[in-house]
Structures are given as C-alpha cells and as structure tokens.
Design a protein around this ligand. Structure first.
Ligand SMILES: NC(=O)c1ccc[n+]([C@@H]2O[C@H](COP(=O)([O-])OP(=O)(O)OC[C@H]3O[C@@H](n4cnc5c(N)ncnc54)[C@H](O)[C@@H]3O)[C@@H](O)[C@H]2O)c1
Length: 275
C-alpha cells in the first residue's frame, strides 16, 4: 500500500491519533479537511439530508418547534441552519467556546445540554463524540421528544441509558421507535440512533458528493505520482482543493472575476497601500 485517502471527520481524527502513537503504516491524505469537502458535503449535504431523514421518519412539522442541535461543527451548523430556515427555534450545545460564540452570533440560543434537555422538542447530535445525549438528559425531556443522531455510528445517544429508563418500546413506522419510560413519558428514537440521514433518507445528494469524490480521485492520483510519502496524515494539496472548486463552478455554469495585473501587483506588495 502506497497511501490512502480518508473521507470522514471521525476517520481523520482516528488516523491522526494513529500517527501520534506511531501506529500509522502508510501515508494518508485527509480528504475531509479540504475546503471543497467539509464546507459543502458536511455543511450543506448533512444539513439537508439530516432534515430529510427526520421528516421522512416522523412527518413532523419543524416550524415553531424547539430544535436542539448538539455540536456546532460543520455538520451540525448545516443542520442548525436548515432547521432555522424551516421555522424551528434552534438551540445549540457545544463544548468549544469559539464554536459556541459563533452560534450565538449567528442568532442561535446556546446553553448546556442539561438545560436544553428540558425544552427541546427535537434533538439531533452531530459531534463525533459519545453519550452526548444520556440518562441525565433523557430524565428531563418532554413527553414526545424526538431524538436523532447524524454524527458518528450509534454512539452519540446512549442507547443503554434509554433502554434502562424504559419499561417498553415499540416500532411505530420504519426508523421510528417509541420508548415508554417508567414514569409514563414517551421518547421517540430515530433510526436506532444511527446516522438518520443515511438510514431514513438517501444520504447527501450527488451535487455535493461530487466534490468530495473529486478530491478522493485527485488525491489518489497524487499519491501514485509522488515518489515517496512518509506514514503521516497529509493535507489535501491546495492546488487540488482549488481545482475542485474551479471545476465545480464551471460545471454549474458560473463564472467569476480574475485579478487584473494591476490588482495582482497591489495585493502582493507591501509598498503600495501602506501610506
Ligand atoms: N451524517 C453524515 O452523513 C455525516 C457526514 C459528514 C460527517 N459526519 C460525522 O459527523 C460528525 C461531526 O463531523 P463534523 O465535520 O461536523 O465535525 P466537527 O469537528 O466540525 O464538529 C464537531 C463539533 O462537536 C462538538 N462537540 C464535541 N463533543 C461535544 C459534546 N459533548 N457536546 C456538544 N458538542 C460537542 C465539537 O466541539 C465540534 O465543534 C463526525 O463523526 C463525522 O464523521 C457525518
């Protein structure tokens, strides 16, 4: 094996951890971290398809509902943006101050999950983390609350805690399970806590995956054409990232401006524009 390319956020996190401990045996290009991947696939792809999955599984109305998004990363901000656009009152939970601040300045309410749990109608996790929704939160949730995950595997919602709190469960329709808790409240779990956009909808549309896969293909070509790459996690070469953006605009029939020679000169010097 000469090298590999990694598509997902969580995959890149794990491969960087392998690099740190010396367990990585060949070069990896972190396709997820290309601008033409996470700014579009994670944000607009996950944003749209997650809402699609929730609506297909429940046929619930989002307008006027309190919609809690756990995380304000690239996927979760896409989900928050789309939920807001459909008229939901969006609350964000975060652990990073910068991301929390961005959510606040984007006009969203930010609070700890312990507070959001009591007021949310619909909860979606997209953090890549474990047990983001767990017993202490489920104990506070309203009767009828809907819980879904669009982040990593089926680990973001504690299924163990949900089972332990429940006296019975039944499937209501595909990808929608009703859990009746010992105190009589009912919580609705979507797609067994797995990625709701893949299980209950169709994943991202091809119009956004094309950029991710173009990065994959061009990075694979880059690996085959590069003499030797050490077993490290590499960024996508910026020429590839730029060329994917350029190709995508061309495919969409959109033209943009070019710098004039005068502007190029102005932007590359320190002598002009400083007095
Ligand atoms: N459903 C899909 O199709 C799809 C697509 C792309 C990525 N993913 C997955 O979604 C997950 C998120 O990806 P991303 O690109 O948005 O990552 P990201 O790193 O940009 O964002 C994750 C955010 O979650 C926050 N977070 C972590 N633990 C938290 C907690 N306990 N409570 C609240 N916030 C917490 C982090 O601070 C971060 O801001 C990853 O597991 C990724 O692999 C899913």
């Amino acid at each position: 094996v000469k090298g590999g390319t990694e598509e997902t956020t969580t995959g890149v996190v794990r491969l960087r951890a392998m690099e740190k401990t010396g367990s990585l045996k060949y070069a990896i290009i972190a396709v997820n971290d290309a601008y033409t991947k996470y700014l579009f696939d994670n944000r607009y792809g996950t944003g749209q398809s997650t809402i699609d999955g929730i609506v297909r599984a429940t046929n619930t109305l989002l307008a006027g509902r309190t919609f809690v998004v756990c995380g304000y990363g690239w996927c979760s901000r896409g989900i928050a943006m789309r939920a807001q656009g459909l008229g939901a009152n969006v609350i964000v939970t975060e652990v990073q101050p910068l991301r929390g601040l961005e959510a606040v300045m984007n006009g969203l309410r930010v609070m700890p999950m312990s507070e959001a749990a009591a007021i949310g109608d619909i909860f979606v996790t997209a953090t890549g983390d474990i047990n983001v929704v767990r017993k202490e939160h489920m104990q506070k949730m309203k009767d009828g609350a809907i819980i879904a995950n669009s982040g990593h595997f089926n680990v973001e919602i504690s299924l163990k805690d949900l089972e332990e709190l429940s006296k019975s469960k039944r499937a209501l329709r595909p990808n929608l399970e009703e859990f009746t808790l010992r105190d009589g409240r009912r919580l609705y779990l979507l797609a067994e806590g797995r990625l709701v956009n893949l299980a209950a909808a169709e994943g991202h549309p091809s119009e956004v995956m094309d950029m991710s896969f173009a990065n994959q293909a061009l990075c694979a070509e880059h690996i085959t054409k590069t003499e030797k790459m050490a077993p490290k996690v590499y960024s996508v070469p910026c020429g590839i990232d730029e060329s994917v953006a350029d190709l995508k605009l061309k495919a969409m029939g959109i033209k943009i401006d070019k710098l004039t020679p005068e502007q190029e000169k102005y932007l590359s010097t320190w002598e002009m524009g400083t007095t």
